[in-house]
Design a protein around this ligand. Sequence first.
Ligand SMILES: [Zn+2]
Length: 384
Amino acid sequence: MLEYVYMNTTFTRTICIRLDVDGHEAILAATQRACNAAASWIASVCWEEHITNTNTAHHRVYGETRTRFGLGAQLAVCARAKAIEAIKAVKAKKRETCPQFGPRGSIRYDARTYRLMSLDRVSLNTLAGRVVCRLVLGERQHSMLVDPAWEIGGADLVWRRGVYFLHVTQSREGSEPSDPEGTLGVDLGIVALATDSDGQTFSGAQVTQVRTRYLKRRQALQQVGTKNAKRRLRQNAGKEARFQRDVNHCISKAVVRKAKDSCKALALEDLTGIRERVTVRHEQRALRHSWAFFQLRQFITYKAAWASVPLHLVDPRNTSRTCHACGHCEKANRKSQAEFVCKACGLAMNADHNAAINISRKQWAAVNQPMASSLRGEMQAPAF
Ligand SMILES: [Zn+2]
């Protein structure tokens, strides 16, 4: 069962490299204008005629793209690809406006329209044939570019405030998860954001402090209710989201690294459909279903796939009210959010730790296929 876990996960990453265009500025700018004008025209045609299929679009616009905009065969294909991709993106967001592109918009290059030559040269297709530019590579960019584990895909030529950049896309298939020795159960909670079955907590007082500060500030601003207060509420929401994202990155990284280093699989509660199946205490419910928890779970899933750590999702029923020592299950076992005291054997311990042990022992109810496949193509490679 486990071998299917990460099979559908493709990792992608983008390397942004500054280009030394070496006197080719005028022809690159002219190519940009032509490609973007072509892409805008193709988008208008396909939008009006309801074409989203690549082949249909090709037959409809290819010849005319070449004669109207003076593009070579391969650049015409690139312009069409850009237009169709933008239309699909707009439709996915259910928006009603046909996408159009500015004269300095990016050019999408595919395997036939650009070529990485020696270590720091790239050959780019333009209106006047191929030109060679120099990649200004840092050490890190260079090692990413030559890493044999990653396959180099297309690239975007991007112009920003007078400087050209090449955004090179790389991809890698998810690898088979390793054979684990034991399971590390992880309980995601409120007081400690994550507690594992060894009793280690991942959060720290600082996180709680900052979250409380944001909450108080939010409540105060909500009471004020002026225009200015509303603007500051929005600003604070952005800051809080960035803070939460950082925290979730740190915690997921620590959890996955621990499992990896100890050759263990990871287990989390399967929370799909939890609303119907489990009663969670009120104050917990709001938080458990908040985007922050969803994001933390998503980060753990993604980083586990990345590190080839098997991850399984277990049935969440009774994980927090069952005694891990004697198996006695009763609601009253959980004295408070933090404290677990078994009514049968008297075991007293941290409630999240007890839950995490139960999670680590449960037979998994589901592998993480739905989560992994929903990540496809959306996430960037994590920086370890
Ligand atoms: Zn007990």
